[in-house]
Design a protein around this ligand. Structure first.
Ligand code: ADP
Ligand code: F6P
Length: 474
């Protein structure tokens, strides 16, 4: 057991990533950049409002970095060695759990050394959280990289209220079964008082698995799991969202409006702008989306002098094999399409493999006539919500995969099955050509949804439920 530090933080977030990533350039200059991904986009405004401590890895291997203050909260960096980055992060987290949890759209690999490293690193995160959390603090553990932390942390600090939220899908029993360490992973989560999922199906999968594979005898009733010692863990869905007002205000600022005008001009003032924004990840359905758009151009349904697909993709997990393959595939596909369609002017597909500042993202969203979000499987997909918040006028359209968690909430989007290329092509054309009344009706319903369901409300809802569960069963 670890003694509670009397001056510790009353609220602690524990995530693999910190909100900022440390980069060291070849000349030794140190820089901190916003970390990639939806988890940081969602949680940063929560931390800014609540304060406390954020425990996480700073993105660079073999470096120890001291705590520091950032935007009103304390950043607590956890070091990882190069070997741990390889085995715990790129290996077990992103080449075992990530593909398996996303319907096995890529083949998950199982290696015992990766698992050993995963346990070791989870223990380190739990110990660091135990050191920084004040007496009776709330500790909120995030995502699949840290499945074991809730139970490890409870052993160190039984006085804490522990929540866990999974940002990605939680797989069906048949897939989860394959994992040699399934009992330990489930047991890890059961250390939390409240386990949150993006959609009800994820919570149901977890409860079903708990019944069959918990490491100890448990009773499952409704959303409650009663453990051997009488403690109760609750599993429920809490669909995550964004700082809707923050995005809207940014998009309405004069700077972003000017940037949007410039961007449109740089693209040659096309009549229709299709936009894709993703981490370069094989779950995002980029191959399917680009093929569908390429065929529409090749068949003459879209005229490259009038329409463009602007696709931006943030570099992600670049040393993992599947990600290297994806990068090459997309480079080839885009190059081939652009060499085959259109005249000598601007390309039909404008593709940038880069990360852009938030204001540029807002400018892109505001000029996009059709936002194309086509993951093969996605926990939620915040890009879809950011588009709705930033696209001020009612003339936009959101094409959204049925396999994104967001599809359960954004019912007025143009829903597609990304595996059905012809269906997707038809829907892309419909979204681009529907009359203003239809588009307005759909967009205003989407805007209402995103305005009402904000990140503040999500965090409040989760933390209130955590308080209730801990009070009732603690
Ligand atoms: P994931 O968490 O899997 O990456 P989400 O759609 O939930 O997927 O979140 C992606 C986040 O990354 C969004 O906040 C989006 O704005 C941001 N993002 C995606 N692509 C880029 C890019 N090229 N430059 C900057 N930010 C990006
Ligand atoms: O939301 C999914 C997620 O995997 C987060 O856990 C993660 O922070 C983000 O996407 C980006 O991935 P990574 O941290 O591996 O760069």
């Amino acid at each position: 057991m670890t003694a509670a530090p009397t001056d510790g933080a009353p609220f602690v977030v524990v995530a693999n990533r910190l909100p900022v990533d440390r980069t060291v350039s070849p000349d030794g200059t140190i820089d901190w950049r916003t970390s990639p991904g939806g988890l940081v986009t969602a949680l940063e405004p929560v931390m800014r409002a609540k304060g406390g401590a954020w425990v996480g890895w700073h993105g660079a291997p073999d470096e120890t970095v001291d705590e520091f203050e950032h935007d009103g909260f304390t950043v607590v960096p956890v070091p990882l060695s190069a070997q741990e980055v390889n085995e715990y992060y790129e290996g077990f987290s992103n080449a075992t759990l990530w593909p398996l949890y996303h319907d096995s759209v890529a083949f998950p690999e199982f290696h015992r050394e990766w698992w050993d490293s995963y346990q070791l690193v989870n223990q380190r995160f739990a110990e660091r959280a135990a050191e920084v959390a004040g007496p009776g603090a709330t500790v909120w553990v995030q995502d699949y990289q840290l499945h074991l932390v809730p139970t490890m942390l409870r052993e160190l600090r039984p006085d804490l209220k522990i929540g866990f939220f999974l940002h990605i899908p939680f797989p069906p029993v048949e897939l989860f079964h394959q994992i040699p360490w399934r009992r330990q992973l489930l047991g890890g989560l059961m250390g939390a008082d409240l386990v949150g999922f993006q959609v009800p199906g994820g919570a149901q999968n977890f409860l079903r698995l708990a019944r069959r594979h918990a490491p100890e005898k448990v009773t499952v009733k409704g959303s409650e799991i009663t453990l051997g010692d009488g403690r109760v863990a609750v599993a429920k869905a809490f669909p995550i969202s964004i700082d809707t007002d923050g995005f809207r205000e940014l998009a309405e600022s004069d700077e972003v409006k000017a940037e949007a005008r410039q961007l449109r001009e740089d693209l040659g003032n096309p009549k229709v702008i299709f936009l894709g924004v993703d981490r370069l990840d094989y779950t995002k359905g980029l191959r399917q989306r680009i093929r569908a758009m390429g065929e529409l151009f090749a068949e003459g349904k879209l005229d490259p002098s009038e329409a463009v697909l602007l696709q931006v993709a943030t570099p992600s997990r670049e040393r993992v094999e599947e990600y290297k393959r994806l990068r090459d595939d997309i480079d080839l596909l885009v190059g081939r399409i652009n060499s085959e369609v259109g005249g000598v002017g601007r390309s039909a597909i404008v593709y940038r493999h880069a990360s852009f500042p938030r204001h540029t993202m807002a400018a892109m969203y505001s000029i996009a006539d059709v936002m194309v979000v086509t993951p093969l499987r996605d926990g939620m997909n915040l890009v879809a919500k950011e588009y709705i918040a930033c696209h001020g006028s009612d003339d936009g359209a959101l094409v959204l995969s049925e396999f994104a968690g967001a599809a359960l909430e954004l019912k007025q989007a143009y829903l597609v099955n990304p595996y059905d290329l012809n269906g997707m092509k038809e829907t892309l054309m419909q979204a681009a050509t529907d009359g203003p009344r239809v588009r307005r009706r759909r967009m205003s319903a989407l805007r209402r949804q995103v305005s009402e369901h904000t990140i503040d409300r999500w965090a409040q809802n989760f933390l209130d439920t955590l308080d209730e569960v801990a009070r009732a069963h603690g």
